[in-house]
Ligand binder design. Structure first.
Ligand code: HXC
Length: 254
């Protein structure tokens, strides 16, 4: 499949999706987001891909493209919002990691929040400047940010539009790791995840995502059901037999 606003590279069972509008600091226009949507359909179904990395050279993304939004009516704004695509990324059946250099702002930060992990450069600049444009984050930011950093910190970031750097982002839980070369660090983490049993990762992700929304009784029932399903996989047999035979498991992803 061909893409004009993103570049996809596949190596070692890892698909790297690079946002590719460098002249506008990877500002997210509708075309780019439509391509991301298509890419995640493709990568979710691709048996060779076990982990997805989202990145952008020099910058992650400086937010939704403001030139696309300025004259929108409320009805058009509803259609412009990226939430369906970002939900698709959040529910991708494979681990998704954001490697962040430069700016990750607004809709760019919300894209990173849809990923399972965020690894940033210490001098990355992250935040939600929407308030300075007379709006607030509208692609999951008001919901995903408080779940990561707590209500007061989320309100502080969204109400003030403050842009923060790596150390502060790490301290409040906005990112999970800092690295001078975030893509390199992300790739080594992705390789580690690519060697894990894929079905167990997928079903664990479903359970953990549900933990943010469901009451504990519902969550534990869901966990019990997903956990039992693993005993139909060859990776479960392989993992346990390898332990008993004192060897390293070789997971087939089935
Ligand atoms: C459109 C953008 C853009 C954006 C940067 N550019 N961000 N174009 N939409 N979000 C363009 C600039 O217009 C400029 O184009 C080029 O990228 C380089 O940017 P500069 O401003 O010259 O760079 P710099 O001085 O380094 O400042 C970088 C910056 C600034 C601080 C990131 O560009 C900025 O404030 N951008 C807007 C950030 C923002 O408000 N993001 C949230 C958007 S709202 P030219 O043609 O002049 O070279 C949002 C809502 C999401 O994301 C809701 C879901 C749909």
């Amino acid at each position: 499949m061909s893409y004009e606003n993103i570049i996809i590279r596949k190596e070692n069972n890892i698909a790297t999706v690079s946002l590719n509008r460098p002249k506008s600091l990877n500002a997210l226009n509708s075309e780019l987001v439509a391509e991301l949507d298509r890419a995640f359909d493709e990568l979710s179904a691709d048996s060779e891909t076990r982990v997805v990395v989202i990145t952008g050279e020099k910058n992650f993304a400086a937010g939704a493209d403001i030139t696309n939004m300025v004259e929108l009516t409320p009805e058009e704004a509803r259609d412009f919002a990226f939430s369906d695509t970002y939900d698709k990324i959040a529910n991708c059946p494979k681990p998704v990691i954001a490697a962040i250099e430069g700016f990750a702002l607004g809709g760019g930060m919300e894209l990173a929040l849809s990923c399972d992990f965020r690894i940033a450069a210490p001098n990355a600049k992250m935040g939600f400047p929407e308030i300075t444009l007379g709006i607030f984050p509208g692609a999951g930011g008001t919901q995903r940010l408080p779940r990561l950093v707590g209500l007061p910190k989320a309100k502080r970031l969204i109400f003030t539009g403050a842009i923060i750097r790596g150390e502060e982002a790490l301290a409040c839980g906005l990112v999970d790791g800092l690295a001078d070369n975030p893509l390199e660090e992300t790739m080594s983490f992705a390789l580690e995840l690519a060697a894990k049993p894929a079905v167990a990762l997928k079903l664990a992700k479903e359970c953990i995502n549900l933990a943010a929304d469901a009451d504990i009784k519902t969550g534990i029932a869901y966990e019990a059901s997903n956990w039992a399903r693993l005993f139909a996989t060859s990776d479960q047999k392989e993992g346990m037999r390898a332990f008993i035979e004192k060897r390293k498991p070789e997971f087939a992803g089935k």
